[in-house]
Design a protein around this ligand. Structure first.
Ligand SMILES: [Fe+2]
Length: 477
C-alpha cells in the first residue's frame, strides 16, 4: 500500500528562482513578510538511501508575501552533509537513523573524532544576529532567509561539550535563548542547560544534571522562573552510541518501567530544584509551560509510548501506518512543594507540531494551541486543529486529499485577543500533485486565501514567519 501523502516524502528539485504564485482569496493588508520553512527534501544519494524521515537533506522554503502577491522559492541547505553528498555521491555522515557503512577502522576512529552531521533540517531560529537552520547536533547553519543562500556553520565561542541538543531552544523577547546539550559519557552522562545572550555566540552553562541513561528529548519546557527537562523512558546506554555502529536512535530502548522523570531547574541559577516521576510517555513537542502558585504546568503533545519514532521510517511512513495513536495535548502539573506530578489530558483531539501565540503566551497561562491532526487512520497529517486547552474544544480545517504541515500563527499587530491573526500552513494536495500556501483566519479557523505552487513541496517540519517590518516579531522556538 502506498500512502496518499507519499508524494510529500519524495525527493524534489529545488526552485532557487522566485516563482510568483496565483492567489485565491484575499490576504489581510498587515500580512507582509516571509514564511521560511525547513524540512527534508532529498532522500537518496547515489545508490544510498536515507532510512528515516528525519534524515533527509535539508530543503529550505520561502513564501514571500508583498503588496503584489505571494512568491515561492526553495534551496537545499549547502551543509557539508549536502556538499559531500554531491561530491562523493554517497551518504557520508551519520544521521538520526541512517549510518553510512563504515569499516571497523573508520568506526573506531569515529569514537575519538566523532563527525556530527550539519544537515540542519528541523527548524529555523535566530542566533548571534543571524538566521540559522537547526538540527539536534550543535552545528547551526547560517543562511539568508530571503535568497536562501547558505552562509556556513555558526561556531560557538565556548567549550560547552555535548553532541546532542534540541532544535527547539526557547527565546525571550529580548533575544536571549535557553537550551541544553546532552554530553554522553560513561559511567554518567550529563544534561547541560545553557543560556545564550542575544547577538552573542557564547553559550553559558547554567547548571547540569548527571544521569546514567540519558533520554531522547526533542524539546523542553520553560516558565518565567524555571526550565524543565521531561526525560521520557526512551533511554540509551551512552557507550552504545559510540560503539555499536547502529544509527543513533536505534541505540535507544523503550523502558516504560522507568517512568518519565521531570527535572526542574531555576532559570536564573541553573540550580536543580527537583526531579519528579510521572507515568511513562513520549513526546517530540512541548506546547507551552507556565507557573500557577507553586505548580508548574507543562503542556506537551504526548504519545503513550515511543512507537511513533519507528513509524517515521520512510518505508513505514510511505506505506501509511494505522496502528499508532496520535499525540494528544497533555498537561503535567509539577507540585514544587510536594515534589509530585499529576497528568491531565487537555483534549481528545490529536495534535502534532503544536504552535501558540509565542510572543504573547510563552511562559504564560494561555488558551489556544494550533497543530496538525489526523482524521482518517493511515492518513498521517490530514487536518489542522485549533485546540482550546481550557475546555478541550477544537476547531478543525481539512480538505479532500490535502495534507497540511505545521500551522504557524501570525498575530494581527492591531489585534487584542490571543487568536487575532492568521495561521499559515503549507499543504500538499495529493490529487493535484502540487502544494499550496494556506491562510486561515485564526479566530474562525476558516480559509481566507491560498496560493498554489505549480509543484509538490515535500512535507516539512518547522518554520518561522519573518515580518517584513520586524522580522523577529512572531518568533517561536
Ligand atoms: Fe520538532
Amino acid at each position: 500500500m502506498t500512502a496518499p501523502y507519499a508524494l510529500g516524502l519524495a525527493t524534489q528539485p529545488e526552485h532557487p528562482e522566485s516563482q510568483p504564485l496565483p492567489l485565491q482569496g484575499a490576504l489581510p493588508g498587515w500580512l507582509r513578510g516571509t514564511l521560511v520553512r525547513n524540512g527534508p527534501g532529498r532522500f537518496e544519494v547515489g545508490d544510498d538511501t536515507y532510512n528515516h524521515w528525519f534524515d533527509g537533506l535539508a530543503l529550505l522554503h520561502a513564501f514571500t508575501i508583498t503588496e503584489s502577491g505571494v512568491s515561492y522559492r526553495s534551496r537545499f541547505l549547502r551543509s557539508s552533509a549536502y556538499n559531500e553528498a554531491e561530491t562523493e555521491d554517497e551518504i557520508t555522515q551519520s544521521a538520526f537513523a541512517t549510518d553510512p557503512c563504515r569499516s571497523l577502522f573508520e568506526r573506531v576512529m569515529t569514537v575519538f573524532r566523532p563527525q556530527l552531521t550539519d544537515n540542519a533540517n528541523v527548524s529555523i531560529h535566530r542566533l548571534a544576529g543571524d538566521w540559522v537552520a537547526l538540527t539536534e547536533t550543535p552545528l547551526p547553519v547560517r543562511f539568508d532567509p530571503y535568497t536562501l543562500n547558505t552562509l556556513g556553520v555558526q561556531r560557538y565561542d565556548d567549550t560547552l561539550s555535548g553532541p546532542l541538543t534540541t532544535a527547539h531552544p526557547h527565546r525571550l523577547s529580548d533575544g536571549t535563548l535557553f537550551s541544553y546539550v546532552v554530553d554522553f559519557s560513561k559511567p554518567t552522562s550529563t544534561y547541560r542547560l545553557y543560556r545564550l545572550d542575544a547577538a552573542t555566540n557564547t553559550r553559558r552553562e547554567l547548571g547540569n544534571h548527571a544521569v546514567r541513561r540519558p533520554s531522547y528529548m526533542h524539546s523542553f519546557a520553560m516558565t518565567e522562573r524555571y526550565l524543565a527537562l521531561v526525560a521520557f523512558p526512551l533511554v540509551v546506554d551512552p557507550l552504545d552510541v559510540l560503539l555499536t555502529g547502529r544509527p543513533f536512535i536505534e541505540n535507544f530502548e523503550w523502558q516504560p518501567e522507568r517512568g518519565t522523570k521531570i527535572h526542574v531547574f531555576e532559570r536564573d541559577t541553573g540550580r536543580r530544584v527537583t526531579t519528579v516521576p510521572t507515568d511513562p510517555m513520549f513526546a517530540f513537542h512541548h506546547i507551552n509551560a507556565f507557573e500557577e502558585d507553586n505548580t508548574i504546568c507543562i503542556d506537551l503533545a504526548a504519545y503513550p509510548d515511543a512507537k511513533i519514532v519507528d513509524r517515521m521510517y520512510l518505508d513505514a511512513l510511505r506505506s501509511g501506518w494505522t496502528d499508532v495513536e496520535m499525540a494528544r495535548p497533555e498537561r503535567i502539573r509539577v507540585d514544587l512543594r510536594e515534589h509530585t506530578a499529576t497528568q491531565e489530558r487537555l483534549s481528545d483531539v490529536g495534535i502534532e507540531v503544536p504552535r501558540i501565540h509565542y510572543a504573547r503566551c510563552n511562559t504564560q497561562s494561555y488558551r489556544y494551541a494550533y497543530g496538525t491532526g489526523n482524521r482518517t487512520p493511515g492518513h498521517f497529517t490530514d487536518e489542522l486543529v485549533k485546540v482550546d486547552v481550557t475546555t478541550g474544544a477544537a476547531q478543525r480545517w481539512h480538505a479532500d486529499s490535502c495534507f497540511p504541515g505545521e500551522p504557524v500563527f501570525v498575530s494581527d499587530p492591531a489585534g487584542t485577543a490571543e487568536d487575532d491573526g492568521v495561521v499559515l500552513s503549507v499543504v500538499l494536495d495529493a490529487s493535484a500533485e502540487r502544494s499550496f500556501l494556506l491562510v486561515l483566519d485564526a479566530t474562525s479557523f476558516e480559509e481566507i486565501a491560498r496560493a498554489p505552487a505549480p509543484q509538490a513541496i515535500p512535507l516539512n517540519f518547522h518554520g518561522q514567519f519573518l515580518d517584513a517590518d520586524n522580522p523577529t516579531r512572531s518568533m517561536h522556538r
